[in-house]
Design a protein around this ligand. Structure first.
Ligand code: CO
Length: 136
């Protein structure tokens, strides 16, 4: 069962500039975190906290960043994935697999940017949208 929308992730070419947009340029006073390098995930992240959800800004980190290709195709940035909460990630994964969905990578949960287990579902099964599932 899908739970709440945890965050919407936006790939950006310049995370400091993107954070500034949310901090002050266009969105006055949003609560914006510091930039945190996540070498295990090949990205630097900033979280913008809203009342009902979060925006995750992603900038490529290192040579093998999983968002490098996305930014090549979308040089000014764009919505990269949406993250839904699930109670039990292994149960959710097995249910989706049984119904023919494709999980990216090894199919085993990884520890995501919030220190919780995540998996990514292939966009081809979700109308072109990369879906992250996070156990909460
Ligand atoms: Co995410």
């Amino acid at each position: 069962m899908l739970g709440r929308l945890n965050h919407v992730a936006i790939a950006v070419p310049d995370i400091a500039a993107a954070a500034e947009i949310y901090r002050s340029t266009f969105v006055m006073g949003a609560k914006v975190s510091e930039a945190v390098p996540q070498p295990d995930h090949g990205v630097t992240t900033v979280f913008v906290e809203l009342e009902n959800t979060k925006i995750e800004l992603l900038e490529p980190l290192g040579d093998k960043s999983p968002i490098a290709n996305f930014l090549k195709k979308n040089p000014s940035g764009g919505i990269h994935h949406v993250c839904y909460e699930v109670e039990d990630i292994l149960a959710a994964r097995d249910q989706m697999l049984a119904k023919g969905a494709t999980i990216t990578g090894t199919g085993e949960p990884k520890i995501g940017a919030h220190g919780k287990p995540v998996i990514f579902m292939h966009p081809k099964d979700f109308n072109g949208t990369l879906i992250e599932l996070e156990q909460v």
